[in-house]
Design a protein around this ligand. Sequence first.
Ligand SMILES: Nc1ncnc2c1ncn2[C@@H]1O[C@H](COP(=O)(O)OP(=O)(O)O)[C@@H](O)[C@H]1O
Ligand SMILES: [Mg+2]
Length: 254
Amino acid sequence: MSAPHHIPAAEAIIACEGLSKHFGGIRAFTDVAFQARRGEVTAVIGDNGAGKSTLIRSLVGVHQPDTGNLFFDGRARPFANPDEARKAGIETVHQNLALIDELTVAQNLFLNREIVRRIGPFAFLDRKAMKREARSMLSRLSINVPSINQRVRRLSGGQRQAISICRAVGSGAKLVVMDEPTAALGVQETANVEALIRRLREQSVSVILVSHNFDQVRRLSDQIWVMRAGKMAATVRASETSGNELVALVTGAA
Ligand SMILES: Nc1ncnc2c1ncn2[C@@H]1O[C@H](COP(=O)(O)OP(=O)(O)O)[C@@H](O)[C@H]1O
Ligand SMILES: [Mg+2]
């Protein structure tokens, strides 16, 4: 088993050390060191309850860690809330998608970051600009939806996931964090989301991918981190590991 290693600070888009988070008497994770390299897909795997989602949420300002240090893009950055993390360049696709069913694709893409045009003292929502930009965001990632004017309620699970990811990356994020992005999807939809992750990587966007699909993380990621019972148990290069080794690392048989 490899001990968590340290990469030069300049190569890490995000890093933490000594990070812990408790909820009352429940220790979600303790003393975690973790790093993700710029431009790479970094996977976090582990059993249910291992602490993956809580770690992710503690990196992006949803939770405040109890102890430890966080660095993002070369600076010490504790994030007081998800908005601060977003402004710094981190977008998160959470396990429960946050799309609004009754809004259209374009409206969802610009939720909380509407394009506003000012004329003198007046501010107008620039709907034309938002639709134009929505089309270009979708085409950059080769996402097909029937129409950007369609309400998202009528889209499939895979299309909704694609919209969430598109929204996350559309703002020019440096790091996109995805928590189990394909857990609820069918085979074809999963393939589409995987293609999307590859495209992000080609565009030099750093990605953190939480997944419990070992084949998927070996296909998509560069580096794999393994959490077990609230600890960071190991990290391996995806190209140097096997499915069997990952199973052993996750279950603690290694
Ligand atoms: N908001 C919360 N309040 C109390 N306990 C929590 C909360 N969130 C997570 N936990 C606990 O923290 C542990 C890790 O959970 P989680 O991070 O969701 O694991 P994973 O994503 O790896 O399945 C679990 O024991 C879970 O019950
Ligand atoms: Mg989880």
